[in-house]
Design a protein around this ligand. Sequence first.
Ligand code: APR
Ligand code: ZN
Ligand code: ZN
Length: 361
Amino acid sequence: MAHEVRAVVAREKGQPVSVETILVPDPGPGEALVRVQACGVCHTDLHYREGGINDDFPFLLGHEAAGVVESVGPDVEDLAAGDFAILNWRAVCGTCRACRRGQPWYCFSTHNATQKMTLADGTALSPALGIGAFAQKTLVAAGQCTKVDPRARPEAAGLLGCGVMAGFGAAVNTGGIGRGQSIAVIGCGGVGVAAIAGAKLAGASTIIGVDIDPRKLATAERMGATHTVDSRDVDPVEAIRELTGGHGADVVVEAVGRPETYKQAFYARDLAGTLVQVGVPTPGMTIELPLIELFGRGGALRSSWYGDCLPSRDFPMLIDLYLQGRFDLDAFVSETIGIDDVEAAFEKMHRGEVLRSVVVL
Ligand code: APR
Ligand code: ZN
Ligand code: ZN
């Protein structure tokens, strides 16, 4: 029997989203039905609506979510009704070439639900990142539910499902930032600030936040930046060098997704330093760099997909740190809103007024 629930749908490219009644099937083999409690509003939802991801409209938006498992498919063993879970978009397959060589955080064949959720007239929906959680209930692959301590507040916990994990992992997993090292983070939105919080937890001693918005720099400081740089006023490469003994940072995280900030990150590294790109560029963007500088500066230029996370390893660990008061996930929740307020939240995100608006269902 299909469940009728309210959900946020993007029907047409560039058009405002609508709240509609959709049909969510009962879980089949390998699937789980989740009663969504909270779901953050992310840039990627807006990208879907703008047609920036693909043209498979209509989309069911929302993908940074936490909720309670309502039922599971017949063969699902390690998940049960009543479990509190964060939804992830990396349910690893275990058999692709990345999984087989022991690098499941790159899994090239991740699982999603097999059955389709639909509009009332039967039109199949494309769930954002294979999740679709701006809905009272959603259907996912069982492996997309990562069980965590149920004492965590869903509004905060859900954010680990995307942006916060991406930023945290960019610094810690991809950048390998550690005790006593220096890091600069260019772009201090939700993703960049999570990188800063991660670097603080990992013991970095110099943590530099760079942004063009003083409100974001204030948040960066609250979350662990030891220094901030307003790159409207000063050259960030020079400023980062000055703050790191004239050398540049061991790790620079690019959390904007633009060519000019990528170049800044490239030049703001120490020799043999690591650049981590977590900001997502648009398809037309290009950069030009002198090849001799790529060689001469050495080190690593890395991309961070979803913070190179392994949900089963990283979500429960970060929720435990959150519950111990060592990782302030609540600080990422700028406001809680209703399911009808997603368009307004896109506007606020666009104006840079929030780290995250979170829909409570
Ligand atoms: N230099 C420095 N900071 C900049 C610049 C710039 N030239 N341009 C924009 N910024 C800052 C903004 O002021 C903002 O604080 O970058 C930040 C981007 O943050 P958000 O818009 O809140 O985006 P966020 O959710 O943090 O995601 C950042 O990571 O995962 C990707 O798709 C995501 O590309 C996006 C990026
Ligand atoms: Zn795999
Ligand atoms: Zn996201």
